[in-house]
Design a binder for this molecule. Sequence first.
Ligand SMILES: Nc1ncnc2c1ncn2[C@@H]1O[C@H](COP(=O)(O)OP(=O)(O)OP(=O)(O)O)[C@@H](O)[C@H]1O
Ligand SMILES: [Mg+2]
Length: 229
Amino acid sequence: MQGVDALYGDSHVLHGISFEVGAGRVLALLGRNGAGKTTCMSAIIGFLPPRKGAIRLFGEPIAGLAPERIARKGVGFVPQGRRIFPTLTVRENLRVSERRSASSVWNLARVFELFPQLEERAEQVAGSLSGGEQQMLAIARALMGNPRVLLMDEPSEGLAPLIVAEVGRTIARLKDEGQSILLVEQNVRLALELADEVVILNTGRVAFTGSAGEARGNEALITQHLGVF
Ligand SMILES: Nc1ncnc2c1ncn2[C@@H]1O[C@H](COP(=O)(O)OP(=O)(O)OP(=O)(O)O)[C@@H](O)[C@H]1O
Ligand SMILES: [Mg+2]
């Protein structure tokens, strides 16, 4: 995205935000509560069209298109708080999100290979899964849409440390498979481990753009904009 401004009514939340997720790269978008991370995602997926600026998907402008069209062009989204369909089974949750094209990589069999626990629970209603399993399902569901870029909003939120590590390993595997990922995280350590590039937001503005290595080595930066390391 380039020079993006976004507003909720009169409330001006994003100010001239620019960043780019490279093909096959992981960009971590960090910032304190209320910094504007979710709003950036809403702008990309078309829930909150930007007032100013451009959003491009591999060069093609997508700002202002309807959310379904943006999704069909290959933007996958794992929302904050998961939002799976609790009364549908695991299999049904995955089936409703299936989108195939000539370049499809993901299907039910491959998703079950990545998440064996989901296959074991395929016929169980999703609302009865543990928090960690629900997060895996939310990721699996987004993959079923065969996204060209995958947006994940705080996938580690509210999960026990062991499960957080598992989510981390999953993201690392997706990265190994060449998946482009925009990762929003409050877990700074996890994000810096996984990311290639880092963007830090502070009250709706970009405070830092650089490599993950650069951010890792700059404790003062992390402390200033994100609190504890
Ligand atoms: N629907 C809305 N209407 C009005 N203001 C909103 C709305 N959603 C978010 N905001 C405001 O926009 C700002 C950015 O919110 P946003 O949800 O993008 O933050 P965030 O970085 O995702 O925070 P968190 O880490 O808590 O999820 C906040 O000040 C928030 O109060
Ligand atoms: Mg948020």
